[in-house]
Design a protein around this ligand. Structure first.
Ligand code: FRU
Length: 482
């Protein structure tokens, strides 16, 4: 480890120590989500199960609640719910990463864990350079930096980052988020036999390709994997205009499915589908675990979307990761289901009911002062209308006549109600995870998902109200452990 690296790590650790009290005294500190110990967290990175243990890294700025020269923070877990904060994995100490060890991924090779990440370099005039770098670990805790392995290929600007690597047959492949010289967003595909020498095969998707039309000026954080016989490409495009209920956030995260022709580097695909319909979701990353499950975690935040207004800033931290979700493929659609291990954090079952008749008046469910709970319900027959209210801060509504499901929250900027919506033909089932300042809603076995931060005031009501027109078949509410 270089002296500079040691110094940066020491400074970051000091920052954690210095701010521990103020961070941990925040009533909005989440109980069962991954957060930075201080400062700003953004993308999940290097998600992998290695020698049985899950590792999840994250983009981290320890010194302020804004963006800058990122570190890789590191969590590990045996079960995806109990996480241990590990020592810092990467600090931006070397010339090829001096303005940030940006996003990337992890693979296992010859028993080692190998990270690929973007070395971000900027000069005094703001000119950028980008290097895709490699770091190797034998113990899963300390990482030996090998420096750049990919230089910028021709045809792209220096907005070329976020390598995601996987193995297919005996070859390695890498997708990189990119901007081509005509200033449109792309995903570049590269290939290697040994993880060190990489060949650029070309752009496989992007604005103006595969019938897409104009589709943004930069695509970040791509991920490509096979799921039940189809190839899924995830990307976070920047520069899409809002379109009805779609693309309401500042930046989007979604997927295409199709078939990747590895020989010719051609990816035929269909429409872009947003992965999450809530307010805060971006830059997700997946991994294949030892059980063969495709798991995904996202950043519960969006770049430049009121980041300077988050109420947690006064406690010197901002943002969190989503719960891990298992991806499934059914009827031409990607489903996202909270991983089954989440049952491990259930404490007391607060409520168990069946055949609950909904009415306009509403049924109050006492969830105590717990602030973090899970609520699951399924409907008997098709529900006509449904509303869930919590703490005068969030509301979920479904109207069958309009086929619209919405999440409403009190804005943490203006205090006014604001909404995100999607088309939904039938509401059959609903699973909600509430934490001290977040909500994740899974509809119909993960057909649609809404993720959002929300900030109830001090007098959290402790009562969830359900109303509408229909019958709830089964209802369960569990307090969750923090
Ligand atoms: C996405 C992103 C990535 C980049 C990282 C920097 O949120 O902008 O493209 O690698 O964050 O923190």
């Amino acid at each position: 480890m270089t002296e500079r690296e040691q110094e940066l790590i020491r400074l970051a650790e000091e920052e954690v120590e210095k701010n521990k009290e103020v961070v941990e005294s925040d009533p909005y500190r989440l109980r069962y989500h991954l957060m930075p110990p201080v400062g700003l967290l953004n993308d999940p990175n290097g998600f992998i199960q290695w020698n049985g243990t899950y590792h999840l890294f994250y983009q981290w700025m320890p010194f302020k609640t804004g963006h800058g020269a990122k570190f890789w923070g590191h969590y590990s877990s045996e079960d995806l719910v109990n996480w241990k904060h590990e020592p810092i994995a990467l600090a931006p100490s070397e010339w090829f990463e001096k303005n940030g060890c940006y996003s990337g991924s992890a693979v296992e090779h010859d028993g080692k864990m190998i990270l690929f990440y973007t070395g971000n370099v900027k000069d005094a005039d703001g000119n950028r350079e980008t290097y895709q770098c490699m770091a190797v670990s034998e113990d899963g805790v300390t990482f030996d930096k090998k420096g750049p392995v990919v230089e910028l290929p021709e045809g792209y600007t220096a907005h070329f980052r976020d390598p995601k690597v996987w193995k297919k047959g005996s070859d390695w492949y890498m997708v990189v988020g990119a901007q081509s010289e005509d200033l449109t967003g792309k995903v570049a595909l590269l290939k290697s036999a040994d993880l060190v020498k990489w060949e650029h095969l070309g752009a496989i998707a992007g604005s103006g390709m595969n019938g897409l039309g104009d589709f943004g000026y930069m695509w970040e954080c791509p991920d490509l994997f096979e799921l039940d016989g189809v190839d899924v490409l995830i990307a976070s495009p920047q520069g899409l205009e809002a379109d009805g209920m779609k693309y309401q956030n500042v930046y989007q995260a979604g997927y295409f499915f199709g078939k990747l022709d590895y020989e010719n580097a051609i990816f035929e695909h269909g429409d872009f589908v947003e992965l999450d319909r809530g307010f805060e979701f971006y830059a997700p990353q997946t991994t294949l675990d030892e059980k063969g499950r495709r798991l995904m975690v996202g950043w519960m935040g969006v770049p430049e979307q009121d980041e300077d207004k988050h109420p947690t800033i006064k406690h010197r931290w901002i943002h969190a990761l989503t719960l891990p979700r298992e991806m499934k493929w059914a009827d031409g659609k990607l489903l996202q289901v909270p991983v089954e291990e989440l049952a491990l954090i259930r404490k007391d079952q607060l409520i168990e009911k069946s055949d609950l008749q909904l009415s306009d008046v509403g049924v109050g469910l006492d969830v105590g002062k717990s602030k973090s709970f899970e609520l699951s319900l399924s409907f008997e027959k098709n529900v006509v209308s449904f509303e869930l209210d919590w703490s005068d801060t969030v509301q979920l509504t479904f109207d069958a006549s309009e086929s619209v499901f919405s999440l409403h929250r009190k804005s943490f900027v203006t205090g006014e109600w604001e909404s995100r919506s999607c088309r939904l033909q039938v509401l059959a089932e609903l699973r909600v995870y509430v934490d001290s300042s977040s909500i994740e809603v899974f509809l119909n076995g993960g057909e649609e998902v809404f993720t959002a931060r929300m900030f109830p005031d001090e007098s959290v009501s402790g009562v969830v109200t359900l109303s509408g027109d229909g019958t709830v078949g089964e209802l369960g509410v569990w307090e969750l452990e923090g």
